[in-house]
Design a binder for this molecule. Sequence first.
Ligand SMILES: Cc1cc2nc3c(=O)[nH]c(=O)nc-3n(C[C@H](O)[C@H](O)[C@H](O)COP(=O)(O)OP(=O)(O)OC[C@H]3O[C@@H](n4cnc5c(N)ncnc54)[C@H](O)[C@@H]3O)c2cc1C
Length: 314
Amino acid sequence: MSIEIKIKKNMPLAPLTTFRIGGAAKYFIEVANKEDLVEAIEWAKKEKELIYYLGGGSNLLIADEGLPGLVIRFANREAVNLSPRFNCGAGASLAYVISLTRSAGLSGLEWGFGIPQATIGGCIRGNAGGFGMNTGDVVETVEAYNLKKGRWEIFSQKDCQLTYRSSIFKNDNDLIIWSATLKLNPAPAEEINKLVDANMQKRDISQPRLPNAGCAFKNLFLDDIRKANPQFAEFIDEQGVAKGGKVGAGYLIDLHGLKGKAVGGAKISLEHANFIVNTGHATAKDVLELIDFVKKEILIRFKVELEEEIVALR
Ligand SMILES: Cc1cc2nc3c(=O)[nH]c(=O)nc-3n(C[C@H](O)[C@H](O)[C@H](O)COP(=O)(O)OP(=O)(O)OC[C@H]3O[C@@H](n4cnc5c(N)ncnc54)[C@H](O)[C@@H]3O)c2cc1C
């Protein structure tokens, strides 16, 4: 079947994101095998269309006008158990992989229990994590397509340059994650279950129910705050709110009294100040205005710059 037949036109994207915001993709395709991925890319290049990638849409803000190009969604959702390794397609859902690794008595992904829709590809790109664990801790190798060079490449864990909420894939949009081998750690079932339950409880208490895209801003390194505003860093030290050398962006936003601040249908969650929620009719414009407002206020008050964790596509 030619690739054109698989490409849909004018595909609504909001339902494919957890934020439930944004317009349609000019062109859209789901790719389940490597041949389709390469053909779709070649098609977009030939037609001079921009290329966008969509995982589970749990970290995304799609422009109200939609995306003027080809959106590629990963439908390679398999996860093969080679205990203690798992070979996962980029489109495998994190929830599915956690359920499999948990049943296999393997530890390393418990932090992600309860996150809706996220995929392995998206989690590697942003080195997603929580509660002191990160996706990168369990990445052994990643297979990616290098769009610029037109070839497949294998990345070792070191090659992936996995740092706090970042990776080589985040810094180079020409690298498309296709699959990954994760290497997990055998652990007693009670330990895994205890960690899952504890993390789930923290999410239940602190995270909003309304549509959102996870944390709006990255947490801040205390060392960076110390450079920008030593007095404030001292205050943070006194409060004992830094964990692993980082301070929650939500702590600053809450301290400044911004919980509940709204622009149109976008609102700083009352449950967690680092979440922006869609109260029902939020537009991408509302969210971006709110993000801008928060960044300006935090810079003026604390002299530190917040950086977005949410990815805005336009
Ligand atoms: C309720 C909730 C809780 C959350 N909790 C956490 C948390 O605890 N920790 C955390 O880190 N995050 C959290 N998130 C954010 C989000 O789940 C993660 O960032 C996740 O890794 C995003 O994966 P995704 O598949 O949804 O990616 P998407 O949102 O679809 O995409 C994110 C970015 O990755 C790119 N991308 C996706 N797939 C690929 C690929 N195969 N190759 C190249 N680029 C790709 C996209 O183009 C986009 O730029 C939370 C989100 C929600 C809604």
